[in-house]
Design a binder for this molecule. Sequence first.
Ligand SMILES: Nc1ncnc2c1ncn2[C@@H]1O[C@H](COP(=O)(O)OP(=O)(O)O)[C@@H](O)[C@H]1O
Ligand SMILES: [Mg+2]
Length: 203
Amino acid sequence: MLITFEGIDGCGKTTQIKLLKEYIESKGLSVVTVREPGGSDFSEQLRKILLSSKNKVGARSELMLFEAARANLVDNIIKPELRRGKIVICDRFFDSTTAYQAFGRGLPLDFVQKLNLFATDGLTPNLTVYLSISLEESKRRTSRQEFDRIEKAGDEFFLKVIEGYNYIARQEPDRFVVIDASGSRQETALKVREVFEKRYSAL
Ligand SMILES: Nc1ncnc2c1ncn2[C@@H]1O[C@H](COP(=O)(O)OP(=O)(O)O)[C@@H](O)[C@H]1O
Ligand SMILES: [Mg+2]
């Protein structure tokens, strides 16, 4: 089973992935967690290039580097772990590219979505948890952090990213489950568990 987490910075992906991993492991199941971009040696190197504020990266090269990192992660980590019967949880996956590069940067949506599936060789998550918060809440939660190259983009960009996530939610309501993540960590964790249980038992 492949589970991915999506949402803007500060929505709680890292926090909730850790809590869900602990919950699933407490049931005696085996979980592997990875993050995007990154997760494999090659892709972690691309992550540094992509997120460094020193680099000037245009939208097209950004898109292709994200997809290159994804393809490597899928081939070298995600698919082998799934074959071993593991539950794989990924912090961001191709919906981030749809939201950030197609909606945020304005690259053509149909092309981005085709490239997404090319990069994953057709692999699609069994469940995507979208942690929905407002841009204001995102800013409150990340106010003390140092921002990377993409996080530094302005409000207009992130509003388009949110619009992109809302678009995916309308297109694929079955896979892409929207959770209101504006409450406490524990409140959100309970909602995430519920969604996981429902999907896991249906597989
Ligand atoms: N439900 C919540 N309420 C308030 N703060 C939260 C909540 N969930 C996470 N945080 C805090 O907000 C920040 C960002 O959370 P994090 O899990 O790193 O989000 P993401 O990985 O999506 O950027 C962290 O400091 C985290 O402790
Ligand atoms: Mg995080």
